[in-house]
Ligand binder design. Structure first.
Ligand SMILES: Nc1ncnc2c1ncn2[C@@H]1O[C@H](COP(=O)(O)OP(=O)(O)OP(=O)(O)O)[C@@H](O)[C@H]1O
Ligand SMILES: [Mg+2]
Length: 371
């Protein structure tokens, strides 16, 4: 009986496509440590572009099927792994910008035109969900006027200030629910109002970008203050954001503000990863869905701006309670509907980021040395 060899297995793997990136796994450099043994056993490690890949199981099954189809294969052992990648052309990056935050692969801003629509709630649950999927995640509370993230993440420790011999004074962020957290809330006294303007504002944001030692992160989530003002513009100028997730509620006044936000991100050339419609409905004791803030706004907005509607989150008391007590709903009640929807949202965001990145990196050469 004929035995499989390295080339025949590799040829079979060239028939397996990543459905999102629309290329085969060999071309995408996802096939590593391929070993074909004399007894027909095949082992391989498949390196996806995110540990939160929603298609992980499908790709694994496709790989097993492709290898099994090679005549003489007796057994297949596939290990699924992930490496979050970054193209050299981060979206919106210009020579005038700093070259990102050292060690951080993707920076994702959670924004909206309007206040109180759930940006911080989405930020904490998105960050915690990505960490639960196995990614290395940081969360920067860029809402320097009303920092809520330490409370919502249940962080009790302050960041440590260390003296690095090369970088100088650096903050080491505390970790909560597997996420490294940094916030203006750590640096100001309890109930003091914060007034930052012009150069001072730019300076504090710059400190956040350069004076925090994040270590290696796959994703840094930025929770932005509401609006389309100085903070958003300063950050967009300073940091090469991979993209932004726009949060809205379904009603017209929120949508009007989010339209402004769309236009602002377009001007500064930051891609919109997608729209999250929050507080979409409330399920009563009679199991009926009540659309308290109207219906269909998120969908309409996504259509108008040719963006994806990533999620429609229900209004649920437990979500608010989780925020107040520092336990995001994805850890407070991992089995509930809201937690499931936030986990799905996180996988979609990771997926869209990988797609955005691959589009920006169309011409990446195949690293043959990896085989
Ligand atoms: N899906 C939800 N179900 C129930 N409560 C929610 C939901 N989303 C957000 N909330 C609650 O609504 C309030 C506002 O949410 P959040 O602080 O996340 O909004 P925000 O957009 O960050 O506000 P701001 O503009 O002030 O920063 C919070 O009390 C939060 O717990
Ligand atoms: Mg907020």
């Amino acid at each position: 009986m004929s035995k499989p060899n390295f080339d025949s297995v590799l040829a079979a793997l060239r028939t397996v496509q990543d459905p999102d990136l629309k290329k085969d796994l060999v071309t995408l450099d996802m096939i590593r440590d391929l070993k074909v043994f004399d007894d027909g056993k095949v082992t391989v490690r498949v390196v996806l572009t995110t540990p939160a890949c929603p298609l992980k199981e499908k790709i694994k099954q496709d790989v097993i099927a492709a290898i099994t189809s090679v005549t003489g294969t007796t057994s297949v052992d596939v290990t699924m792994d992930a490496e979050v990648r970054k193209s050299n052309h981060a979206a919106g990056a210009t020579a005038a910008k700093t070259l990102g935050i050292p060690g951080v692969t993707h920076i994702i801003a959670v924004s909206s035109g309007k206040g109180g629509v759930g940006k911080s709630t989405v930020s904490v649950n998105l960050a915690t969900s990505l960490a639960l999927e196995g990614a290395k995640v940081g969360l920067l509370d860029a809402d320097i006027y009303g920092p809520n993230i330490p409370t919502m993440m249940g962080v009790t420790e302050n960041p440590k200030l260390i003296k690095d011999p090369v970088k100088g004074e650096m903050f080491i962020p505390p970790t909560s629910h597997g996420v490294k957290v940094m916030s203006m809330g750590f640096l100001i006294e309890g109930d003091q109002p914060v007034i930052w303007r012009g150069p001072m504002l730019h300076n504090i944001l710059n400190q956040f970008c350069t004076r925090v030692d994040w270590g290696n992160l796959d994703y840094l989530i930025l929770d932005l203050p509401p609006g389309t003002g100085d903070v958003q513009l300063s950050l967009a100028q300073m940091i090469p954001l991979t993209g932004t997730v726009l949060v809205t509620t379904p009603q017209e006044v929120a949508l009007q503000d989010v339209r402004k936000a769309f236009n602002m991100w377009d001007k500064v050339k930051v891609p919109v990863i997608g729209v999250v419609e929050n507080m979409s409905y409330f399920t009563g004791d009679d199991q009926k869905r009540y659309h308290i803030f109207g219906q269909g706004g998120g969908e309409m907005l996504a259509k108008k701006f040719n963006a994806k509607l990533l999620a429609q989150m229900p209004l649920v008391a437990l979500v608010r309670e989780g925020g107040d007590e520092g336990r995001p709903i994805v850890v407070k009640d991992a089995e509930c509907e809201s937690a499931t929807l936030f986990r799905e949202l996180a996988r979609k965001v990771a997926q869209e980021v990988a797609i955005l990145d691959s589009k920006q990196n169309q011409s990446a050469p195949l690293d043959i040395g990896k085989f």
